[in-house]
Each structure stands twice: as C-alpha cells, then as structure tokens.
Design a protein around this ligand. Structure first.
Ligand code: ZN
Length: 599
C-alpha cells in the first residue's frame, strides 16, 4: 500500500520559513511528479502558491536524487528505491485566510500553500506531523486545527491524519499562543480560537455563535455533517476576510468588531463579525458539501469556471444575516436596514446593467477578483446581487406556491439530493426550483440570473408585507456648515474620490455620469473644484449650494499634465433603498422572517 507522510515545522520564524517534508513509500513508479495547487477552494483566483517554495531537494534511500522542474508548479523526481522524500522551505508572509504566514508571534498555513502532491496519489491517506518550533520562539505555542489527531502532546504538536489530499488541504492550521473557547451546538463540539492582540469576551461570543450554529444545523436538519468545527480567528487592527472549510473556517477580523468585555448589545461592527461567522458556517453545507460539478472535479491547477457562484455565495450571503434575525440576535427592523443597504449598494453600480450574476460567476477569476478602476461600470458582485437574487427567488417561490414552498425547502432538497463527489450540474438549481414550484420558472431565472435588468423587488416584497421605498442620499442634502437645505435635491457627479491631504484622487468615474461627460478619468488628481481646493469639505459645501445644470470648473492633473474640465451638475436619482413593514402587515413579515413559518 502506498503511503504519504508530511512533516511541517516553523523552521525559521524570523525569516518566515516553514520547512516541509513529503515522503512517499511503496510507490511503484520510477518517476514521480509533484505539484502544488495554483488556487485554493473558495477563493477563485490563480495564486501560483509554488512561487513561495524557495529551496527544494529530493532523497531516496540511497541519497540525493535529481529533481527536474517541469513548469511553474511541478517537479519530477527519479528514484531507485521504494521510498522518496522531498524536503523544501516555504516562504510564508501573506497575512490572509488564503495562504500562509509565519513570524515569531504565530504561524498559520493552508495545505494548498505547503503540501506538494505526488500525482496519482490523490486518494492515498495522508499523515501529517506538526513539529514544535524552536524553543526560543515557541515555548508557549499551541496548535489549533480541525484535522483529526492521532498522537499529539498537550499543546497539540504531533501526528494528524487526513483521508486523502483533498481532506489534508481543507484543514488550515494555526500555531501560536492564542486563546481557545469551547461550546457545543446540537451536541457537536465547537471551538473559537482567537489569535492576535485584543480585549473581548470570548464566552459571550460563544453564546451568540451557538445560536447561529444551531440555527444552521437545524435548517439543513440534524445531525450536523461534521463531528467538530473550529472558528480560527486572526484579530488585527484592520482586516476582513473569511474562507470556508468542511470542518472549520479561517477568519481575519478587525479588533473593533469583537464585543468589549461587559458589553451586551450587538453593535453594528459586532453584527458584521457574527454575519461573517454565519456566512462561513453556512458554507459548510453550501459549497463545501454540495458544490458545482466544475468545482468538485477541478484539480486546482487551472481556473474552474462555473456560472453558479451567485448561488453558492449569493444564497449564503442571503442566509448569513437572515440567520441573525431568525436566531433572535437582531430584530426585524435592523434586518430590513441591512437588506436596504445591500439593495442600495447594488443599485449604485452601473455594472449591474452590463454583467449578469451568471457571467460574474463565470468570470470571477479575472474580473471580480481582479477589480480595477472600471469595476463599478463593468461588473456586478455575485455576492451582493447574488444575495438579492436569492431573496427574489425566496419571495417568488412563496408567491407562486401561495406560501407553501420557500427557498428553505429548495435548499433542503438540494442538500438531500447532493452528490458530494461529482457535484451539481450548472442547471440543477433552476430545474429543482421549477420542480418544487410546480411551474416553469425559466422566465424568472432568465431575468434574475442571466439578465441585467433590475429585479422586481418592490412587487415581490409587497406579498410578504414589506414596502420598498426609494429616497435620496441624506448626507449630500445637508450643508456641511450645519445649515440644512430642505427641499433641495442632492446632486450627483458620478465621481468617487479619495481625499488624502494634500491630494484628492479620482478612484472611479461612473458610466454616463456628469464626471464622465466632463472628461474626468479615474487616476486624475483633482486640485480645484469650483475655484477652491478640492477638499472633502469644499466639495460637499459647493454641492450643497449649487443646482442641477450649473457648471463647475475643475482643475486637475492627468499624470503630470495640468488639465481644465467643466462639470455640468446633474440631479441625483433616488437610489437609497429603505424597507418598512407595510401597514397592518406585520404577520406576513414575521412569517417570512421566522423559522417556524418555513418548516
Ligand atoms: Zn462565501
């Protein structure tokens, strides 16, 4: 039986180097090709992790053997004995949830950054030895991971195992002097691991997380599809990110999103943290265990294009905040506020009329993940608009079934019919929705998923008792000096500016806007606005005192060339969505937002 064993050690933390070995035994072939993935599941961009391997050698039982580099991520070793060991160093200095990071304060890695796979060994069970770092740095270090342990010491260093390579790279590992909190949800042990510098109440976070986790487990039905779950959380001054795994999630969060000790309210920042946890946890079902065929069958070498990210990210984004209200953590007015902000965000991007969520999904690799200054004009987010498509689908199913079928039913049925090995066809969700609805929903999906027209949200909201109102931005209507100008409509320039004294940079110019007509470009440096320095205060003050049709002189630099432009102001459209419970409709709203209504 061929066997695959890895070891990893925080070899030189101050140089950010992990040392890794990979040993194959009882391998029949004389040549073995080893490769590292080019992307990590859940983050749809080619990252070429192998570029961080800084030194690599191979040995068989008789000594060092030649290694030939075949391309950017593959090496070929020729061996003359049944055993071969690769030894290599990996540079780890990427503080994100997607790669690896090591210094003298902690170590973190995803298997996709550090574990070379011998081709043909995809199904071989793996063993991993996580070794303690040099005592000078890591005496107090412990290990946190959802990997199954075989023989570890009280700090967690020692032997772990994985069913196969795919399993091995699905358990990120944190090592350092972190805090660990524990709770159970529906009988399943959960851990919250907090790394970094912070002051918070870990027990309180666990109490809130428990309600979210129990909601999701009961949503898909007990028992949970995992026997343990870990929230690996890196706390920093300013950061945001999450990556889903089958038995854990890696989170990168800002210190101020965690509740202060003794605080009992759910602040907006803490709600963001809980929403992120809820999102990644829902992924343990939606995208980790049921996933598109095109992702399930990828070997992680080249892009795996699917039109379904709107469902796996968008539906997950719909349920992440919905779970907070259904689990009783926030009230419905607050939830409607969150939803209104998402609708507003989507409606402020001209790209929504250019790209459908199916196209946005397919091109995630080169568009959503590689956004430039033209992104708001050219792309739509399969997260934000995807969550509105999920909302619209939920409301549509309720409408056509007179309330007997909801998105909850669709998700549970997708879960019941899942094929974890081969994944879901590109048309599976649309077909099942029509089947459950008892009528053909092709027209709905053409508009919502494959089209670029706005979703008919007002009509759909109407039948769950919610009124969707459009209003103007509040801020721009108020004079910066505090003198309100009632009745005056705000003005829209179609400019997105970054004010950083002493310069103001144009970051985006929106399609068909006043700024685009004036010939302003992203990247320009704005010097003067209406005869005065283009500071945030001066721009706001000018807009509060001018009217649609007025001409404003702009002075700017394009590269190092001085330019003059004339901006003709336009009236802003009412693009801020506000959701309210319609008069006398509270029961219908409760029915939509409560868990009881959908069972
Ligand atoms: Zn996600």
């Amino acid at each position: 039986m061929p066997a695959l064993q890895y070891t990893i050690v925080a070899h030189n933390p101050s140089a950010h180097l992990f040392q890794v070995t990979c040993t194959v035994t009882d391998w029949q072939a004389d040549e073995i090709v080893f490769r590292l993935p080019n992307w990590i599941p859940g983050s749809y961009m080619i990252r070429e992790f192998a570029r961080h391997i800084v030194r690599i050698e191979a040995f068989d039982a008789e000594g060092e053997v030649a290694l030939e580099k075949l391309d950017k991520c593959r090496w070929r070793a020729k061996k003359s004995t049944a055993q071969l060991t690769l030894r290599y160093k990996v540079y780890a200095w990427d503080l994100s949830v997607r790669a690896a990071h090591l210094d003298d304060t902690h170590g973190y890695f995803n298997g996709t950054s550090v574990f070379l796979l011998p081709e043909g060994g995809e199904d071989v069970p793996c063993e991993l030895q996580i070794e303690a770092p040099p005592i000078s740095v890591g005496e107090a270090w412990q290990v946190a991971t959802s990997l199954e342990s075989v023989a570890v010491d009280e700090r967690g260093f020692g032997r772990y195992r994985a069913q196969n390579y795919e399993d091995l790279i699905d358990h990120p590992v944190e090592m350092g002097s972190f805090e660990r909190f524990e709770f159970t949800a529906c009988g399943v042990p959960h851990e919250l691991v907090l790394s970094g510098i912070y002051r918070t109440d870990g027990e309180r976070i666990c109490t809130d997380l428990q309600r979210i986790c129990e909601y999701h487990i009961q949503f898909f039905g007990e028992p949970a599809p995992f026997d343990r779950y870990v929230f690996l959380t890196m706390v920093v001054g300013d950061g945001y990110g999450g990556l889903e795994h089958r038995f854990s999630t890696s989170l990168l969060v800002s210190r101020d999103t965690l509740p202060a000790p003794g605080e009992s309210i759910i602040s907006d920042r803490y709600m963001e943290f809980l929403g992120l946890c809820s999102h990644e946890y829902f992924h343990a079902w939606n995208v980790k265990r049921m996933r598109p065929h095109r992702l399930a069958t990828s070997s992680l070498d080249v892009e795996a294009h699917t039109e379904l990210l709107w469902a796996f990210e968008g539906i997950t984004s719909y349920y992440d905040d919905l779970a907070l209200v259904r689990a009783g953590l926030i009230d419905k007015e607050r939830y409607l506020g969150v939803l209104g902000r998402t609708i507003t965000r989507v409606h402020q991007g001209p790209g929504r009329h250019v790209q459908s969520v199916a196209q946005s999904s397919f091109d995630a690799w080169t568009r959503f993940y590689k956004q430039d200054e033209n992104a708001p004009n050219a792309i739509v987010s399969y997260y934000a608009k995807g969550s509105l498509v999920a909302l619209a689908l939920d409301l549509k199913l309720r409408e056509v079934s007179e309330g007997t079928v909801t998105l909850d039913h669709l998700m549970r049925e997708l879960w019941r019919r899942r094929d974890e090995v081969n994944g879901m066809s590109e048309s599976a969700i649309e077909a099942l929705a029509s089947e459950l609805a008892g009528q053909d929903l092709t027209a709905f999906f053409q508009l919502a998923v494959h089209g670029t027209d706005d979703l008919p949200l007002a009509a759909l909201f109407d039948q769950v008792g919610v009124a969707l109102l459009w209003r103007h931005a509040k801020k721009a209507a108020v004079d910066i000096a505090g003198r309100a100008t009632p009745g005056k409509l705000p003005l829209a320039q179609g400019l997105r500016l970054r004010y950083s004294s002493p310069l103001t940079e144009v970051t985006h110019v929106l399609t068909d806007s006043a700024a685009q007509r004036a010939g302003v470009s992203a990247g320009d440096t704005l010097i003067a606005f209406d005869g005065v320095k283009a500071s945030e205060k001066n721009v706001a003050d000018c807009l509060a005192r001018r009217h649609a049709g007025d001409s404003i002189e702009l002075v700017l630099f394009r590269r190092d060339e001085l330019q003059y432009r004339t901006l003709v102001l336009k009236a802003a459209v009412a693009d801020h969505a506000s959701l309210e419970v319609a008069k006398g409709q509270i029961d219908r709203v409760d029915n939509w937002l409560s868990i009881a209504a959908s069972t």
